[in-house]
Design a protein around this ligand. Structure first.
Ligand SMILES: [Zn+2]
Length: 423
């Protein structure tokens, strides 16, 4: 049956940045079939009651199961956080721990208005199971996840096959970083990306320590090293990019490269502030990621969008360095394009029905003088009252509509942490 959302303020994020008041969206199966003013039409009606309907957020860099380690290792820098805290904890993981951690992360994302997430973590088949149970669209990393994997075209094909259990899942090729992976791993990913048309991703230039290590070893920057590996020959997403110099930026402009910025994680671990303004000015695609909850503490795209925008204003002493429309595009359409979707991240006919409803009746959203400003600078994840993925409502008015039971998942996660702590 057709679904009809009526009486909405529709923030389309289309090419004209159109906002439609008294708008209506019609959805058949998983696709949007009409976006316009409210009209007579048959179907299941959802009355938006004047609230905002916009595309769901696209989180282009996350480590979902690290939700289990929320609050661990605060006040440490990246290297201590990773080597002294995260690695030893991960060694105590049992395979299905990743299912529970990923599911908790997905439930948090759904509640916060995220409809697509790119996940880079251990046991990708467990993340795939979590995706099936929660109903969020997921790009799941396969490849050199810890850096220790020996990759081949066969092992990559097998890994891709093992996670392809839902139309909501797409594989994304991944090598952790240039300091934990070697050239042969990048070569295998490049080859597989070319023959299968898949997007690739890695962490790049996250910390000054990383830049120093790569300079000592190769006498070049991480970006230049990736270029020498041929990593940019097909579309790639680079997470963090905090320490990129003007040569790096010039290099990046020559390829189909997206920066997935993670401002909270970079602040908490003392990594720095990425030069987003320069990326955008040089027409490099920028998207937003939450990173994992172990380095961010939550998976909240509103916070990331606010920081991505306003840190540039503060650092550059330039109030509108990044416009609020740009910030919203980074969190929606630009993320969708980065992940290789050509029909996601906008509300328009023929696009996937991944959308969220924002309650504008609450005090922090009134008055609605400037909708884009309110969404970036005033809105909070608690304003999200409905999340729809692929035409299906997965969250509405504080209730989940999926196959994962929130209480059960939380109980399991707490048991996992008790077990790991006592090992
Ligand atoms: Zn990361």
């Amino acid at each position: 049956m057709k679904k009809i959302i009526k009486n909405a303020i529709i923030v389309t994020m289309n090419k004209e940045n159109e906002i439609i008041r008294n708008g209506q969206i019609e959805i058949e199966d998983n696709l949007i079939t009409y976006v316009g003013v409210t009209r007579e039409s048959d179907g299941d009606v959802i009355d938006a009651k004047g609230n905002i309907v916009m595309p769901g957020f696209v989180n282009t860099h996350c480590h979902l199961a690290m939700t289990l380690f929320r609050g661990y290792a605060e006040n440490s820098n990246f290297r201590n956080w990773w080597m002294d805290y995260m690695r030893p904890l991960e060694e105590k993981f049992e395979v299905d721990d990743c299912y529970y951690g990923a599911t908790l992360g997905m439930l948090e994302l759904i509640k916060n208005g995220v409809t697509t997430v790119a996940d880079f973590y251990l046991h990708p088949e467990e993340t795939a199971r979590a995706c099936v149970d929660t109903g969020i669209r997921t790009n799941i990393a396969i490849g050199a996840i810890t850096g220790k994997e020996i990759l081949s075209q066969e092992s990559l094909a097998e890994a891709a096959e093992s996670i392809s259990i839902s139309p909501l899942i797409k594989p994304i090729l991944y090598a952790h970083s240039v300091y934990s992976c070697d050239e042969s791993q990048f070569n295998e990913l490049n080859k597989f990306a070319k023959s299968n048309g898949l997007i690739k991703s890695t962490h790049a230039s996250e910390t000054l320590t990383e830049v120093g290590i790569i300079d000592n070893k190769y006498s070049m920057t991480p970006i230049k090293l990736l270029e020498s590996y041929g990593f940019f020959d097909t579309p790639a997403i680079l997470a963090h990019c905090v320490h990129c110099d003007s040569d790096d930026i010039e290099t990046m402009t020559q390829y189909d490269v997206t920066v997935a910025t993670n401002p909270s994680s970079n602040l908490i671990l003392g990594s720095g502030i990425a030069p987003l303004y320069s990326f955008i000015k040089n027409k490099i695609n920028v998207s937003i990621g939450t990173d994992g909850a172990a380095s961010n503490n939550n998976l909240n795209m509103f916070k990331e969008m606010y920081l991505a925008d306003n840190l540039q204003a503060g650092v550059l002493n330039q109030p509108r360095a990044i416009t609020t429309i740009d910030a919203l595009k980074m969190a929606t359409i630009r993320g969708a394009l980065a992940l290789g979707y050509d029909n996601l991240g906008r509300l328009q006919e023929g696009y996937l029905a991944d959308l969220i409803m924002i309650d504008v009746s609450r005090p922090n959203m009134q008055p609605l003088n400037d909708i884009y400003n309110n969404l970036v600078n005033a809105c909070e994840s608690n304003n999200v009252i409905m999340t729809m993925v692929n035409g299906k409502i997965v969250y509405k008015d504080d209730e989940y509509y999926c196959n994962a039971d929130y209480r059960d998942i939380v109980d399991h996660c707490n048991k996992i942490i008790t077990r790991i702590d006592n090992k």
